[in-house]
Ligand binder design. Structure first.
Ligand code: SAM
Length: 264
């Protein structure tokens, strides 16, 4: 889908992009086909797209013959897609409230930037069985995704990303690739699942949020909300974690070990 097609659809359908939903539609056909091929989709796959918008990614995805579900918060866009795209199941709801018993094989999203962290936490918590995830994000947000202990940006999101699997920064996307154009540069990133993702669950996400609830406090203090001090002391000594440690000092694998010790 190119710039002219997107403008034509918006004009014909009377659609005005809603900035409150982060609506910047992708209109560069080379970038669209690169994203679709990075997904590595086969006909047998169940694919989940979050925020299909006007269908820039949805149309080529629907042509792959896979089982495609798209979750769109905007009722007008969801209605437009339902009547114009065959080969995709369009669900009109907020992805943060989306319930599904089935786990997709592949997740793809040009993520609405205002809600990136919450969407990724939800994905890694509830849909971590997926073998691959490909996202467009704000370029400057990559620092919160790809960082390690003792850095300012390190927190639950970076830990979930590391435990989910291998991360790749694919390419930068200029603001000119969208209608309307955002103020920032974007980036396409991808993840491939590893066995370390087995630990991920909604409960594990809650556990991480509790660990980082007060960043400057000792981890032990934050954990008091979810475990007894006796259990915490025992787990810390078994895992060789200093009793004064703060959450930001622990490696992702240490959070997985601590969760298994304390919560299972
Ligand atoms: N995929 C399209 C593209 O690449 O052109 C649109 C991407 S646009 C950046 C983000 C899309 O996500 C919009 O269609 C917006 O309405 C939708 N969206 C925003 N918040 C959402 C949410 N919480 N759940 C589902 N969709 C959401």
């Amino acid at each position: 889908m190119n710039r002219e097609t997107i403008k034509e659809i918006m004009h014909e359908q009377g659609i005005l992009p809603q900035s409150r939903f982060g609506q910047n539609f992708l209109c560069d056909e080379n970038i669209i086909s690169s994203i679709v091929s990075l997904c590595g989709i086969s006909r047998e796959d169940h694919v989940l797209e979050i925020g299909p918008g006007l269908g820039s990614l949805t149309v080529p995805l629907s042509e792959l013959g896979c089982d495609l579900t798209c979750v769109e918060i905007d009722t007008g866009l969801a209605a437009y897609l339902s009547s114009h795209i065959t080969g995709a199941n369009i669900v009109n709801c907020d992805f943060l409230k989306y319930e599904s018993a089935a786990c997709p094989d592949v997740v793809v999203s040009n993520i609405p930037y205002y809600v990136m962290t919450d969407i990724m936490k939800r994905l890694f918590g509830d849909f971590s069985g997926a073998r691959r995830m490909v996202f467009m994000v704000e370029d400057e947000a990559v620092a919160r995704i790809d960082c390690g202990p003792n850095s300012k940006q390190y927190g639950p999101l970076a830990i979930l990303c590391k435990l989910y699997g291998s991360f790749n920064y694919e390419f930068r996307v200029p603001h000119t690739a969208f209608v309307p154009q955002p103020n920032t540069t974007s980036a396409v990133i991808s993840f491939s699942r590893r066995d370390t993702a087995d630990i991920l669950s909604p409960e594990f996400v809650k556990f991480l949020n509790a660990c980082f609830s007060m960043r400057r406090k000792m981890l032990k203090k934050n954990l008091a909300a979810v475990a007894s001090s006796e259990d915490i002391n025992e787990a810390f000594s078994r895992l060789g974690i200093s009793e004064n440690a703060r959450a930001e000092e622990l490696e992702p694998a240490q959070f997985a070990d601590l969760y298994l010790e304390l919560m299972s």
